[in-house]
Ligand binder design. Structure first.
Ligand SMILES: [Zn+2]
Length: 261
């Protein structure tokens, strides 16, 4: 059984065939999908998808760094309220993105710190989005390492040295997705060096489609290509990768029926 630890199944790219996408995921061996939040606007669709596929889709809540703008305080108030009223598996996706725009950098950092504090308060793992902002992220995480947070660096694209640095901040896993299947991606080399106990798998569907489907919409069933690639890189059987990535995911996310209680 596979856990897709990061999939945006609720976005409109899946509006016409969401049920079929879920059926294909189940046939491929996926037993659960974690849905990371983006912002207030996306939240209702996310919760609808969780309701539509019970015991299969699990909700996270968070303000995505690229959704941080002038009204981010309002967004954070919404999350604070939701955390009081509903159960979430995780806080995410949160983080810092210096790629699309640097305009709201200080607000992004502020929102990130606030949400990390809630993760500590509610004892929830975090799903971290990091793009062109490793040093800023590292500074924050190192500063609050006493909170003993756990979580995942989703769509990790950093170096082995950055991975080693992160381990000083807490129990952070590395989310491996479609990028590992791309030719010339340095990530494949990094994966061979990372401690296998740090690896979990994700699709980030509908984005970051793995080879051989690159160019098409991504979906959870394609996660088998990611596991296959890791199995080739580490030279161990597919089944074994499926087992240890699931166990690693369970050490973060307490998924009923799949993860040991
Ligand atoms: Zn995402």
């Amino acid at each position: 059984m596979i856990i897709d630890t990061h999939c945006h199944l609720y976005v409109d790219a899946f509006d016409s065939d969401r049920t079929e996408v879920v059926e294909r995921a189940k046939e491929a061996g996926v037993g659960a999908i974690i849905l990371p939040g983006i912002d207030k606007e996306n939240h209702p669709a996310l919760m609808r998808t969780v309701k539509e596929f019970p015991h299969f889709c699990y909700p996270a809540i968070g303000l995505h760094p690229t959704s941080v703008t002038t009204d981010y305080k309002e967004e954070l108030t919404f999350i604070e309220q939701q955390l009081k009223e509903n159960d979430f598996l995780s806080i995410g996706e949160i983080g810092i993105d210096g790629y699309w725009s640097k305009e709201y950098m200080s607000q992004q950092q502020d929102a990130f710190v606030q949400q990390l504090e809630w993760a500590a308060q509610y004892d929830l793992p975090v799903i971290i989005h990091s793009r062109n902002a490793f040093n800023e992220l590292f500074d924050i995480l190192y500063h609050i390492r006493h909170l003993s947070l756990k979580g995942v660096f989703h769509a990790f694209s950093g170096s082995y040295d950055q991975y080693k640095q992160l381990q000083k901040c807490g129990a952070f896993k590395i989310g491996i997705g479609g990028v590992v299947t791309y030719k010339n991606a340095g990530l494949a080399q990094t994966v061979t060096k990372i401690d296998p106990s740090s690896l979990i798998v994700e699709t980030d569907a509908p984005w970051l489609t793995p080879a051989p489907h690159r160019g098409k919409r991504n979906e959870s069933s394609y996660i088998t290509h990611i596991i296959q690639k890791i199995s080739e890189l580490l030279n161990i059987p597919y089944q074994q990768v499926e087992i240890f990535t699931r166990q690693n995911a369970c050490s973060l996310f307490k998924i009923p029926y799949i993860c040991p209680a």
